[in-house]
Structures are given as structure tokens and as C-alpha cells.
Design a protein around this ligand. Structure first.
Ligand code: N01
Length: 557
């Protein structure tokens, strides 16, 4: 007899909802969380300027109509501390704390075929960082015994809520260990914050994170050097307070809106023109782009015209429109040209959002350094050296991203049927059936994994869909006297073939992005997101369930 029905790994948006959904279905559940607070990505990424680029009304749980009515967001786009407050509210409101064990990293999970259980081993490593607000209320003791830190617990099922972007990467730069000042990665921001007042700061990385933190550093630093390897597209947020009257009116039809979001492509309803960009006169096309630019947000650009994500020439019309906005914002034409992205379609690297990134380069204390033409060579005790120059620095900030998708799972020694390691099973790239189950790993579920819309969608919509599907699957097994569920290799193969076929009918795989593993030296380059969208994905998952979990082997009792 297993100690628990389900172990959930992680207490971010996924883990928190999984605990609630599975407990509500009558299952015994415990979530193990490595950090000393809940929140997952929003716990760790507490750097200055961290803010979600999906609107608050969308980036929130839909499972409880009461919750969505009672919670009020203060801004159009939620800042990291507010998201964390929201998640604490959810944990309080649904009494989840007794089922979440903090400061506990899962290190090994091993499938035991004889007992049809997973053995989950944890360490006792306390989280080394976390913002001041991260402290959780006093928790009750875990409901099952035998779970002191560093021990093992058995469970019938494991739900991996580890996130896709939780294994940070710091580039291997010679001499970094000799640097005399402090250096930081944005994903491990110190609890006490970092004071850059009057300092010379080097920022490496110009993705979503770098673009968010740069203006915050520039506002206080003596000088900010932005080391740019690849220029990225960034659109304005047009962030603003969410006014009471607007909120009240919106909430009257929240249920309908949620349903629309569930059935949409991106997990956010986006109105399109229904026309092809290449069949629309240039002036009319630019007017459409300008309306979207003025309204703020990235997703509306993908829905603007039917061909922008499929046809390079159509995408080029968006790209050129965005480059023109950079050129009209940045005063120095050379700097503006360096900030203009080229060589990949808009959206193939995550479209960034910022209201002040480009204008920041007009400030006298900000310098853009091109490390594409003159790469970083080394760090020395007082700064950083590129192939062209050397820079005296007091602090270095790495916004260099993550070993995405596979990294967080590989950080755990996951052993499936026959003791096969997940690392071996995914040696040539990640594969999963419906993004939720992996052949050879019975009774283990992943959430927003490879083969799902996951990272190409509003994550909260995808997370809820996955967790509810997993809950229903486990409930089905019990009511039909099955003890195990495992994805068939053939179903997984044909699903991943379809995923690849759809992906390569679009422009999204055409960049060296983390989406495809291209940001990590030596990592297999595989694009695994299901791009037909959230609505069609949900329909497929529902059909699989309705057919008695087609493509899965059900067994045991
Ligand atoms: O990471 P990234 P991120 N030398 O991988 C550069 C989500 N997110 O943390 O493009 C020099 O996108 C790298 O350069 P290049 C969102 O999904 C959301 O910014 O590889 N530079 C790139 O510029 C996002 O996509 C939000 O040439 C190096 C940067 O570092 C994802 O998280 C906010 C380098 C890494 O960009 C990851 O974003 C923040 C090296 N050796 C994040 N190695 C919101 O919701 C890497 N780089 C708003």
C-alpha cells in the first residue's frame, strides 16, 4: 500500500492547482516544493521589473467562479509580487497549505513495477534565495507520516509540476570566478534585493527577462552596459491600473470569456481580421498593426492576419513595422539599427513586451554593446572583456535564460519501467503523448510538456486543462479497477509526428530559441510544441479520454 495516492512535484501554478483538484477528487496528495515559498516561476523570478506578459484577467485560475469574482487585480499586467499574493490567497482559500511541503527538493523518483508505485526521494536542501514576501503562513504537519526531509515516500502516481523554465543557465565564461563584484542570475534574485545605485552594471541577455530588468537597473545605476548577442522584438504593454468600473463590467461575463479562452488557439481570445496580410494594401495593413501597437500586447499581432505565422513575407510586414517603431524611438540611428532584430520571424523567439526598453537607450548612462560581432571573451576581477573592448563593472546580471522543458525534469533522477532513466529515454529529444505522459513511465504525468500547446499558450489555461485531464484519468482508473496507465510508444510516436508536421507548417521553429533547445550548447534541437492551439488540443484530449484512454495501456489493479 502506497503512502499517498499522488506526489506532486512543485508548488507553482501547476502544483497548487493539482493539490486542490486531486484532493477534491478524494485523493491523498502531497506537493514537494524546493523553494521556501510557493509560486514556482513567480517565486524564483523576483528580479526588479518582473511582470507577466499575459493580462491578469487571463493569467489567473478559471476553476472557481467565486475566486475569480472575489479577487481584484490592480493592473492590466500583473507584477510578480501581486501574482505571488494571488497564489497565497488561493492556497489560503482552498486550505492547501497542509498538503504542501516547502524546502524539499525531489531528487529521485523510481517506478517499482512489482507494487505499481513510485518511490520519491527528497533532500533537505533549503532554498537559498527568495524575496522577502515569500514566507508562507505556518503550515500544518504533512498528513502522512514518514516524510521527514531527506527520506522517501511512496505514491501510486506522480505529477511533475516542475515548470518548463526553472533550470537556469549561466554561460561558461572564463574568469567569472575571479570577478570581484557580485553577479546574479535573474532566476535566483536575492531575498534582500540588489542595490545598483551608483554602480556600473553589465547585463547579459536581451530576452523577455533582460528587456524587463534593464530599465529598472538603468534608473539607478551609474552606467548600464547591455551586452546583446541577438536583438529581440518587443512590443508595448500599455500597462495601466485596472479601474473598478472596468473590472465590474468585465466580471459580469467572466464565465463566457473563460470558455472562449479555453477554446481559443493561444488560451487568450484574440480578434483577427480574417484577412491575409499579403492580400491587404500596405496602408490598411499598417493601420491594423498600429491599432494593435497602440493597444499593447503581443498576442494580437499573431491574430492580426491569417498568414503572419505561416508565410515569411507576411511575417516580414510585421517585422518591418516593429523595426520602424524602434527606429522612431531610439535617437541614435546606429544604436537603433543594432536593436532591430533580423534573421528570424516575429514570434519564433518569444515576442517580448516592454513600455520603456527601447527609450532607455536614449539615456546617457546606457550603452548597447554588440557581442554578436565581438563576443564576450572573459571576465576579469574588475569587469568584462569582449573581442573588441573591455568594460569596468561593479556587478554583472545574467538574464541568460534556461535549460528549458527537459532541464527541470532531468534535474531529478527519474527512473521508469526497467530502471530506464528519463535522460536516456529523451537522449535524442523530449517526446510525450499529448504532452502529459511518456511511454515507459507508467503512472507519471507531466504538465504542459512536449507535445502540448504549453509554452505557446497562456500557461494557466493549459495547466488547468492538463491537471483536470490527469484528475479525470486517475478517477477513471479507480472506477474501472485499473491500477496503472502508460502511454503506448506507437501513440506517442504518431502524436509527435503530428506535432512536428504542424510546427513546420508554421514559422515558429525558424529561430535559435529555447523553444527548440537551441540555446543550450550540445542539446538536441527538437521543436515540440503543439501549435494547433488550446481548443483543438482540449478536444483531442477529451476524445482520447472518451474512448477509454485511447493510446494508453491500462492495467493492474
Ligand atoms: O531567456 P531567453 P529569458 N552569451 O532564453 C542571451 C519567459 N518569460 O529569461 O538570443 C551572451 O529568452 C540570449 O542570446 P541569444 C518567456 O517565455 C516571460 O529572457 O541566445 N548572451 C538571450 O538574449 C521567455 O521566453 C516573462 O543570442 C547569451 C538571453 O540571453 C522565457 O521566460 C518574463 C548567452 C536569454 O533569453 C525565457 O526568457 C521573463 C551567452 N553565452 C521570461 N546565453 C513575461 O511573462 C544566452 N544569452 C514577461
Amino acid at each position: 500500500m502506497a503512502d499517498l495516492d499522488v506526489v506532486v512535484v512543485g508548488a507553482g501554478f501547476t502544483g497548487i492547482y493539482a493539490v486542490h483538484a486531486l484532493r477534491s477528487a478524494g485523493l491523498s496528495v502531497r506537493a514537494f516544493e524546493a523553494g521556501d515559498g510557493i509560486g514556482g516561476t513567480w517565486f524564483w523570478n523576483c528580479y526588479p521589473g518582473a511582470r507577466c506578459d499575459v493580462e491578469s484577467k487571463d493569467y489567473s485560475y478559471a476553476f472557481s467562479p467565486e475566486l475569480e469574482q472575489e479577487w481584484s487585480w490592480s493592473e492590466r499586467y500583473p507584477a510578480q509580487p501581486e501574482i505571488l499574493r494571488y497564489l497565497h490567497h488561493v492556497a489560503d482559500r482552498f486550505e492547501l497549505w497542509p498538503h504542501i511541503q516547502l524546502n524539499t527538493r525531489v531528487t529521485v523518483t523510481t517506478w517499482d513495477a512489482a507494487t505499481s508505485t513510485w518511490t520519491v526521494t527528497t533532500d533537505d536542501g533549503a532554498a537559498e534565495h527568495g524575496a522577502a514576501e515569500h514566507g508562507a503562513p505556518e503550515h500544518g504537519a504533512p498528513e502522512h507520516g514518514a516524510s521527514e526531509h531527506g527520506t522517501t515516500v511512496t505514491a501510486r502516481f506522480v505529477v511533475m509540476g516542475v515548470g518548463n523554465l526553472s533550470e537556469l543557465q549561466v554561460p561558461d565564461i572564463p574568469g567569472l570566478d575571479t570577478f570581484e563584484g557580485p553577479w546574479y542570475h535573474t532566476n535566483r534574485w536575492p531575498k534582500e534585493g540588489a542595490d545598483f545605485t551608483g554602480k556600473r552594471v553589465g547585463l547579459i541577455g536581451t530576452g523577455s527577462t533582460g528587456i524587463q530588468i534593464a530599465p529598472e537597473i538603468a534608473a539607478v545605476a551609474e552606467h548600464l552596459y547591455v551586452f546583446q548577442r541577438t536583438a529581440n522584438f518587443a512590443v508595448p504593454n500599455r500597462n495601466r491600473p485596472w479601474e473598478d468600473a472596468e473590472e465590474r463590467e468585465f466580471k459580469e461575463t467572466y464565465r463566457d470569456y473563460r470558455e472562449e479562452a479555453r477554446q481559443s488557439v493561444l488560451g487568450v481570445p484574440v480578434a483577427g481580421t480574417g484577412k491575409a496580410a499579403l492580400e491587404t494594401p500596405a496602408q490598411e495593413r499598417d493601420q491594423v498593426y498600429m491599432e494593435r501597437w497602440k493597444a499593447g500586447g503581443g498576442m494580437p499581432f499573431f491574430g492580426a492576419f491569417t498568414d503572419v505565422v505561416f508565410v515569411r513575407e507576411a511575417n516580414d510586414t510585421v517585422a518591418e513595422f516593429m523595426r520602424d517603431r524602434i527606429r522612431e524611438t531610439v535617437a541614435d540611428p546606429e544604436v537603433a539599427e543594432l536593436l532591430c532584430p533580423t534573421g528570424f520571424p516575429v514570434g519564433a523567439k518569444r515576442l517580448c513586451q516592454s513600455d520603456d526598453y527601447y527609450a532607455m537607450f536614449n539615456e546617457p548612462n546606457v550603452t548597447l554593446v554588440d557581442i554578436r560581432s565581438a563576443p564576450i571573451e572573459s571576465v576579469f576581477p574588475g569587469g568584462l572583456k569582449t573581442a573588441a573592448d573591455s568594460y569596468e563593472l561593479d556587478a554583472i546580471v545574467f538574464a541568460t535564460g534556461f535549460d528549458a522543458i527537459t532541464g527541470p525534469l532531468f534535474a531529478i533522477d527519474v527512473r521508469g519501467a526497467g530502471g530506464v532513466a528519463l535522460r536516456e529515454a529523451w537522449a535524442r529529444g523530449p517526446r510525450a503523448y499529448l504532452g502529459v505522459a511518456i511511454a515507459g513511465f507508467p503512472n507519471m504525468f507531466i504538465v504542459t510538456g512536449p507535445g502540448s500547446p504549453g509554452v505557446f499558450s497562456n500557461m494557466v489555461v493549459s495547466i488547468e486543462q492538463h491537471v483536470e485531464w490527469i484528475r479525470d484519468c486517475i478517477t477513471y482508473l479507480a472506477s474501472h479497477e485499473y491500477g496503472t496507465v502508460e502511454a503506448n510508444a506507437a501513440a506517442q510516436d504518431s502524436w509527435m509526428e503530428l506535432v512536428t508536421e504542424i510546427a513546420y507548417s508554421t514559422l515558429f521553429p525558424l529561430a535559435d530559441s529555447w523553444y527548440a533547445g537551441a540555446n543550450i550548447p550540445g542539446k538536441p534541437r527538437v521543436f515540440t510544441s503543439y501549435l494547433a492551439g488550446c481548443g483543438p488540443f482540449r478536444a483531442k484530449c477529451d476524445a482520447v479520454a472518451a474512448a477509454g484512454y485511447e493510446g494508453f495501456a491500462l492495467g493492474g489493479s
